[in-house]
Design a binder for this molecule. Structure first.
Ligand SMILES: O=C(O)c1ccc[n+]([C@@H]2O[C@H](COP(=O)([O-])O)[C@@H](O)[C@H]2O)c1
Ligand SMILES: Cc1cc2nc[nH]c2cc1C
Length: 591
C-alpha cells in the first residue's frame, strides 16, 4: 500500500502521516523513517525544526538518511517506510544538480528514478509532500521553479500511490481511495432507522458451521496455534513490598493523610506494578483497538450495519476516530488490529487476522477450536510486540458492530445473570432491537451453559475472535508485568475470560470507566474493580480508558513529585496517628 499525504506548511501533514504509520504498525522496529531534510548547522531554525520532528518519533523507528530511491528499492515486504518529505528531497536534488537557474525538467532523471522506486516499493509506504501550488506565485525564479517542479512531482507520485490525502488545518481529506474502506454514508452519527435493520433470524434456525473463512482477498494460510497458546505461566502479582513503601511515602507528602482519596490507591498500584517508589510517568502508553465482526449482528441486535466495522477501522487508521483524538490529549499511541473484520482492511492492520467475522452465537459456535487458539495467540503476540517496543501502559479497546451481544452473553453466563437484567442498548438499539438482542442472548446463553467451567470452550462457543484475542492480550500483559487500563463492557467481558485463563492477571488491571451497559457493572463487580471515572460513555475503542489515563498520571505525579512535610518545612501537627492508620489501611480490595 502506497499513500501520499499532501498539505501546506504547518498543516499537520507530518503528524498525520506519523499517526497513520503508528496506527498500523505490526511489530517493533518495523518502521524506517526516511529523513530527506539535510542538516545545516548555520540554520538554527531549520535544525530545531528537525529536532522537533525527531523528538516526536517513537524511539524504535529507524532513521534513514541518504538516497531515498535506493532505500525504497532495497526494502523487504514487511517493512513500513515513512518518507518526510518530497519538498526537501526536491531541494536537495536541485542543489546537487546546481539546477536552480536551469530550465524546468533539468532533474527529470532523478524524479523518474524516485517515482520508479515508489512504484516498485514492496513495503508499506507513506510519503509526505508539501502542497505549494495554492499560494501566490513566488516572487523569485527559484521559488517558481521549485513550485512547478514540486507540483509535477506530486502529480506523478499521486498517480503511483493507492491512496492520497490532503491535510488542511490538521484535517485530512481523502483525494484518492484504494478501496471501499472509505467511510460511506452508512456511518451515521445517529442510530439507524429501524427499517434498515435486517429482519431477525428465526430462533429455530438450524445450526450451521461458523461463517468464518480465511482472511484477505489473497490466498493466505489460516493462522494456527497449538494448545500452548492458552497455557499461561503463573502470574506474579505486582510488588507488595513497593506497595508498602508507596503507602508510607503518601504519609510524608504535604497533605492531610488520605486526602487524595482513590488517587492514593492508584499511585500505590502503579508503584507496585513498576516495582518503583516513587513511580515514574508512563513513557509509552498504547491503546490497541481490536476489530471484529459478529454473525449475530445479522439478527438485528445493533443499531448499525456490520459494514461500519471495516469503515471505522479505516477511520482509526486515518486518525479520525474518537480514540485518535482522545489518545492525543491523554498521551497514548494508537494501534488498530483487524482480528476478524468481515470486509477487507488495509494490509498494515491485518497481519494478525484470524477470520472474516465470527459465527452467529445464538445458533452456532463463534469459532472453531483452532481459530480460538489462533485468536488468543494473536492477542498475546500483540501484547508482546507492544511491550518489546517499550510500552509501559496498555489499553485494550475494541470496534465491532454487534460485539456487545457476545460480551453480554459471556458476562451473564459467568455471573449467573438473567438476560433481561444484563442486556443494554449497545450502539443505541430501539425497543424492537433490544427485544431481538435479548432473544439472541437468551439463545446464546443456552449454548454457553454446558461449557461454563471451560474458558476455552466458552470463548469458542460464545465470544468472537476479537474478544478471544483481547483475552490473550490482557492475560499476556500480566505475564509481562505491564499495567493495563480496561475500557467498557466488551473489554471487561474479555477480561473475565483472561482472568479464568490466567488466574491473578486482574491484579495488573484497573477499570478506566463505567459504561452505561448494565452488564459492565456486573463484570466489574466480579473482578472487584472500581472504575476510575463515570461519564455515561458507551463508545468503546478504548475511549473511556483513555479518558481515565490523565487521572492515573495525576496519581503518579502526586506520589512522585509532591514535597514532603520535611522538605517544605510544613508542620505535621494534626497529622494524627488515627488519620495515619486510616490512610495506611489496606485498600478495600477494589481498585
Ligand atoms: O464499551 C462499551 O461499553 C460499549 C457499549 C456500547 C457500544 N460499544 C461499541 O459499540 C459497538 C457495539 O455495539 P452494538 O450495539 O453493535 O453491539 C462496538 O463497536 C463497541 O465498541 C461499546
Ligand atoms: C460510528 C461508530 C463508531 C464506533 N466506535 C466504536 N463503536 C462504534 C460504533 C459506531 C456505529
Amino acid at each position: 500500500m502506497r499513500t501520499l499525504i499532501l498539505g501546506g506548511a504547518r498543516s499537520g501533514k507530518s503528524a498525520y502521516a506519523e499517526n497513520l504509520v503508528t496506527a498500523g504498525v505490526s511489530g517493533p522496529g518495523a518502521v524506517d523513517y526516511v529523513a530527506t531534510g539535510r542538516h545545516d548547522p548555520d540554520d538554527t531554525d531549520w535544525e530545531s525544526r528537525i529536532d522537533r520532528h525527531r523528538a516526536r518519533r517513537p524511539a524504535d523507528w529507524t532513521t534513514v538518511e541518504g538516497d531515498a530511491a535506493e532505500h525504497l528499492r532495497g526494502l523487504d515486504d514487511g517493512r513500513t517506510v515513512l518518507v518526510d518529505d518530497l519538498g526537501t528531497w526536491l531541494t536537495a536534488q536541485i542543489d546537487d544538480a546546481q539546477a536552480w537557474d536551469l530550465p524546468r525538467g533539468s532533474i527529470a532523471d532523478r524524479v523518474d528514478d524516485l517515482v520508479d522506486a515508489i512504484t516498485r516499493c514492496r513495503g508499506t509506504l507513506v510519503v509526505v509532500s508539501p502542497e505549494t501550488g495554492l499560494g501566490v506565485i513566488p516572487e523569485t525564479a527559484a521559488g517558481r521553479l521549485f513550485r512547478d517542479e514540486l507540483g509535477a512531482l506530486n502529480a506523478r507520485v499521486a498517480e503511483a500511490c493507492d491512496e492520497v490525502a490532503l491535510v488542511v488545518a490538521g484535517l485530512p481529506t481523502t483525494l484518492k481511495s484504494a478501496s471501499s474502506a472509505a467511510i460511506s454514508p452508512a456511518v451515521r452519527t445517529e442510530p439507524a432507522a429501524p427499517q434498515s435493520i435486517p429482519a431477525p433470524v428465526a430462533a429455530a434456525a438450524p445450526a450451521a458451521a461458523p461463517t468464518t473463512v480465511v482472511a484477505g482477498t489473497e490466498a493466505r494460510p489460516e493462522p494456527t496455534a497449538g494448545p500452548e497458546a492458552a497455557e499461561f505461566p503463573s502470574i506474579t502479582p505486582p510488588d507488595a513490598a513497593v506497595a508498602a513503601q508507596a503507602r508510607d511515602r503518601q504519609l510524608l507528602l504535604t497533605k492531610p493523610a488520605g486526602s487524595l482519596g482513590r488517587l492514593e490507591d492508584l499511585s500505590v498500584w502503579v508503584a507496585s506494578c513498576q516495582s518503583a517508589c516513587p513511580p515514574h510517568d508512563f513513557t509509552r502508553a498504547r491503546v490497541v483497538v481490536f476489530a471484529g465482526d459478529h454473525g449475530v449482528a445479522r439478527a438485528g441486535v445493533s443499531a448499525y450495519p456490520s459494514e461500519v466495522t471495516g469503515q471505522m477501522v479505516a477511520n482509526i487508521v486515518s486518525g479520525g476516530a474518537a480514540v485518535n483524538t482522545i489518545a492525543a490529549v491523554s498521551g497514548a499511541g494508537v494501534r488498530v488490529e483487524d482480528i476478524s473484520v468481515e470486509t477487507d482492511t488495509a494490509p498494515q492492520v491485518r497481519s494478525h487476522k484470524v477470520c472474516r467475522s465470527s459465527g452467529s452465537i445464538d445458533r452456532e459456535d463463534a469459532m472453531t477450536a483452532e481459530q480460538t487458539l489462533a485468536a488468543i495467540a494473536a492477542g498475546r503476540a500483540i501484547a508482546d510486540e507492544e511491550v518489546d517496543a517499550g510500552a509501559d501502559l496498555l489499553i485494550a479497546g475494541e470496534m465491532g458492530i454487534g460485539n456487545t451481544t457476545p460480551a453480554t452473553v459471556l458476562i451473564a453466563a459467568l455471573t449467573g445473570t438473567e438476560p433481561v437484567a444484563a442486556v443494554g442498548r449497545g450502539t443505541g438499539v430501539d425497543d424492537a432491537g433490544w427485544m431481538r438482542k435479548t432473544a439472541a442472548i437468551r439463545d446464546a446463553l443456552r449454548r454457553a451453559r454446558p461449557v461454563l467451567g471451560d474458558p476455552l470452550a466458552l470463548l469458542r462457543t460464545s465470544s468472537g475472535a476479537d474478544l478471544a484475542a483481547m483475552a490473550g492480550f490482557l492475560a499476556q500483559a500480566a505475564v509481562r508485568r505491564t499495567p493495563v487500563v480496561l475500557d467498557g463492557v466488551v473489554v471487561t467481558a474479555s477480561a473475565l475470560l483472561a482472568e479464568a485463563l490466567a488466574p491473578g492477571a486482574g491484579a495488573w488491571w484497573v477499570a478506566g470507566h463505567r459504561s452505561t451497559e448494565p452488564a459492565h457493572i456486573m463484570a466489574l463487580q466480579r473482578l472487584q474493580l472500581e472504575p476510575i471515572i463515570e461519564m455515561d460513555m458507551r463508545l468503546g475503542e478504548g475511549s473511556g480508558a483513555l479518558l481515565a489515563l490523565p487521572v492515573l498520571r495525576s496519581a503518579i505525579v502526586t506520589l512522585a513529585h509532591m514535597a514532603t512535610f520535611e522538605s517544605a518545612g510544613v508542620s505535621t501537627e494534626g497529622n494524627t496517628d488515627a488519620t495515619r492508620s486510616q490512610a495506611t489501611a489496606e485498600p478495600a480490595g477494589d481498585r
